[in-house]
Design a protein around this ligand. Structure first.
Ligand code: HEM
Length: 343
C-alpha cells in the first residue's frame, strides 16, 4: 500500500520536533485505519494493531529516572537487534514495514516518537470503537535519539514478577495503578512463538484481540490458567481446553497471584486445570501484606464491581487509561505541546 521510495534512513536526532496540527493527527488516524482495513488476514491485522501500541510501550518502558546520562524514554529509539524487540523489528518498524513506509513518505517532518504515539492513539481509538479518543490530551515535541545503547535490556522480562515493580515503579516512577492499567493493553494483539516464544492471545479469539476494552482483567481473574513450558525460557500460562491458543505471561498473572514462590508452583488459578499436578494447588492471590497487593486491588477495580466474565463494564479502565498512558508517553519530558489548529 505504502511503497518504499527511498533507502532506509538511519535514525537522526531531531533537535526541533515539528509542530503537529490537529489535521496531521487526524490524517495519521485515517492512514492507520486504511492500512489496517487493507489487511485481510485477521491474525496479521491484530499483530499490526497490537504491534503499534507495543512499539510505543517499548519506547517508554526503557525510561530510567535515576540515570541522568541515559534516561531514554519516548525518544523514537529501540534496539532492533535485542531479543525483546524481535517482533517489533520484524513486522512493525523495519525497512519494508507499512508503518515505517507511511512515516517516511508522509510524516518524517515529525519526530518518530511523536508519530508512534499518534499512531498508537489511532489504534486505541479505532479498536475501542471511538470510546477512547486520546486526541485532546495528545502532546507533541518528543525528540528522537540517534541511538539508545542498552535500552533493550531495560524492557521488562516477562518471566519475573519483580520486573513490573522494577520497571514501572522503581525506574519509571509510576504507580501500581499505572502499571496495571498500562499492562491492560494486552487486551490487544498476541504473543508469537517465533518472536518472544510466548504464543497465543490474551483474549478468547483473534477477533476479540482487536478490541480495546477491559476484558484482559476479566481473563486474568476469571479463568483457570495453568503453567506452560515449565522450566523453559518462555514459561507462561495457558488454557489447554480452549480451542484457541491462549496466553498469560508471568508478569500478567503476578498482578493478582503470588506465583514467585516456588513452593506454590505449579498451580492453577481456577478450579478446572487439566494438568493434574497444577490442578492440585490453587495459586494463592496476593495477600494484603504483599508488596504487589495494590496491583491486585487495581485489577479488581477494573471490573467495576462485577464478577469476572459476567458484565463487561469498560468505564473504570477507560477512566484510568488516559492518565496512565499520558504519563508514560510523556515521561521525563518537559515543554511538550497540545495539538494546534495551525503551526
Ligand atoms: C511487564 C510488562 C510487559 C511485559 C513483560 C510484556 C511482554 C510482552 C510480550 C512477551 C509480548 C509478546 C510479543 C510477541 O511475541 O510478539 C507482548 C505483546 C504485547 N504487548 Fe506487552 N509487555 C509488557 C507491557 C506492555 C505495555 C505497558 C503495553 C502497552 C501499553 C504492552 C502492549 C503489548 C501489546 C499490544 C502486545 C501485542 C503485540 C502484537 O500483537 O504484536 N505491553 N508483551
Amino acid at each position: 500500500m505504502f511503497e518504499r521510495r527511498n533507502a532506509p534512513t538511519t535514525p537522526s536526532p531531531t533537535s526541533n520536533p515539528a509542530c503537529v496540527t490537529l489535521k496531521t493527527y487526524d490524517t495519521i488516524d485515517k492512514d492507520i485505519e486504511k492500512i489496517s482495513k487493507g489487511i485481510t488476514d485477521v491474525k496479521s491485522r491484530g499483530r499490526f494493531l497490537g504491534g503499534i501500541v507495543r512499539l510505543v510501550a517499548h519506547d517508554f518502558m526503557d525510561y530510567d529516572r535515576n540515570n541522568s546520562t541515559h534516561p531514554f524514554g519516548p525518544d523514537g529509539c529501540f534496539n532492533a537487534t535485542h531479543p525483546a524487540n524481535r517482533g517489533i523489528a520484524s513486522i512493525i518498524w523495519c525497512t519494508t514495514c507499512e508503518l515505517t513506509l507511511l512515516y517516511e513518505q508522509k510524516y518524517s517532518h515529525m519526530s518518530k516518537a511523536d508519530f508512534w504515539v499518534a499512531a498508537a492513539n489511532a489504534v486505541i481509538r479505532q479498536t475501542s470503537l471511538g470510546a477512547l479518543d486520546l486526541r485532546s490530551t495528545y502532546k507533541w515535541g518528543r525528540k528522537d535519539a540517534a541511538s539508545c545503547p542498552g535500552a533493550g535490556s531495560r524492557i521488562p522480562n516477562a518471566a519475573g514478577c519483580g520486573s513490573v515493580e522494577g520497571v514501572f515503579l522503581t525506574r519509571m516512577g509510576l504507580t501500581w495503578k499505572d502499571a496495571v492499567v498500562l499492562i491492560g493493553a494486552h487486551t490487544l494483539g498476541r504473543g508469537n512463538s517465533e518472536f518472544s516464544g510466548h504464543d497465543g492471545t490474551w483474549k478468547d479469539t483473534e477477533e476479540d484481540a482487536q478490541v480495546f476494552d477491559s476484558q484482559f482483567f476479566h481473563e486474568v481473574l476469571g479463568n483457570s490458567w495453568e503453567p506452560r513450558n515449565a522450566g523453559l525460557r518462555n514459561q507462561d500460562w495457558t488454557i489447554p481446553t480452549d480451542p484457541n491458543t491462549r496466553l498469560m505471561l508471568n508478569t500478567d498473572l503476578c498482578l493478582v497471584y503470588d506465583i514467585d514462590d516456588a513452593n506454590t508452583m505449579p498451580c492453577c488459578t481456577g478450579d478446572s486445570c487439566v494438568d493434574v499436578i497444577a490442578a492440585a494447588t490453587r495459586c494463592p492471590v496476593l495477600a494484603s501484606s504483599h508488596a504487589r497487593y495494590e496491583a491486585y486491588e487495581t485489577v479488581q477495580q477494573m471490573l467495576g464491581g462485577d464478577e469476572p466474565n459476567t458484565n463487561i463494564n469498560d468505564a473504570p479502565f477507560f477512566t484510568e487509561f488516559p492518565e496512565s498512558w499520558n504519563k508514560a508517553t510523556t515521561i521525563g519530558l518537559l515543554n511538550l505541546s497540545l495539538l494546534k489548529d495551525t503551526c
